[in-house]
Ligand binder design. Sequence first.
Ligand code: NDP
Length: 307
Amino acid sequence: VEIDVPPPAKGQVQVRNLWMSVDPYMRNRMNKGASYVPPFQLGQPLQGGAVGEVIVSEDSDFRPGDLVMSMLGWRELFNVGAGALQKIDPDGLPPQLFLGLAGMPGLTAYIGLCRIARAKAQETVFVSAAAGAVGSAACQIALINGCKVIGSAGGSTKIEFLREIGVDQTIDYKASPDLAAVLARAAPSGIDIYFDNVGGPHLEAALANSRPFGRIVLCGSISQTDRPARGPSNIGIAVSKRLTLQGFIVSDHLREMAGFVAEMGDWIKSGRIKWRETVDRGIESAPAALLKLFAGENVGKMLVKLA
Ligand code: NDP
């Protein structure tokens, strides 16, 4: 839809979006009431994280040229009350990183690994969707913590990326019909932590290969999208091995964002954490970009570049 955008009113800021984030949770918001965020409304634009640049400001806290984060409808140019914007201090980082490693997906990886699983040095961590936004951050944060990391992803390009970022053992699950057996070979003494981004067969393989008192972080279950729910058929193992399975939602942990961004900024600048991104261009490419997440066509963070 094309509309005219008038000059901003007093207390408003006019923003031109530069980058839009494309995230798996958006698909769940298309189901009635099935997500932890309210469903999208028919006839309204999809909403999501975006980084933009202030063009005109009628609020004393913002100036033209400021970089800002918003969580509004997918759009190129808009006026909004200053309270809906969060200023970004890029501090030498590319602005789109605040939608990826230095933003919500990076914090998700950090919280899951360091707060929920409480990963310790020498532990063996298995990560699924390991070449994605959350997964690649989880792998690298685990490596920084001195863990041994096994990453699973689909296809040789992603496996190559995992090797580049220092993942100890890689599994191309699309070429591994018996995932549990492949994981057993990668971790003969079992895994201490499974960072679950996908659910389904990966979760079953992780249960089968967990060490006693292992921790399973339930971050997402993208493999179960648009399918009749399939519970792990071997969930009984959680009893005999005394496992802890814990879900979490990153939005409960936003108070940690500022500290996390500072630490992540240091890791990125010192080269300890690397990143990839998959960039589609123009707002018209956004629906196809969203579908790429479910076909595994993104490496690293999926983004739409607008300007
Ligand atoms: P990614 O960048 O990881 O993209 C999604 C990836 O999922 C794809 O590239 C694909 O990788 C993989 N995938 C898709 N379908 C399947 C399948 N059937 N089986 C196995 N893997 C599949 O997305 P994000 O990093 O943004 O999100 C990763 C997960 O984290 C999602 O489940 C998401 O919902 C969750 N999440 C949870 C949050 C929380 O607060 N709990 C916050 C943010 C994200 P491949 O080619 O390797 O299959």
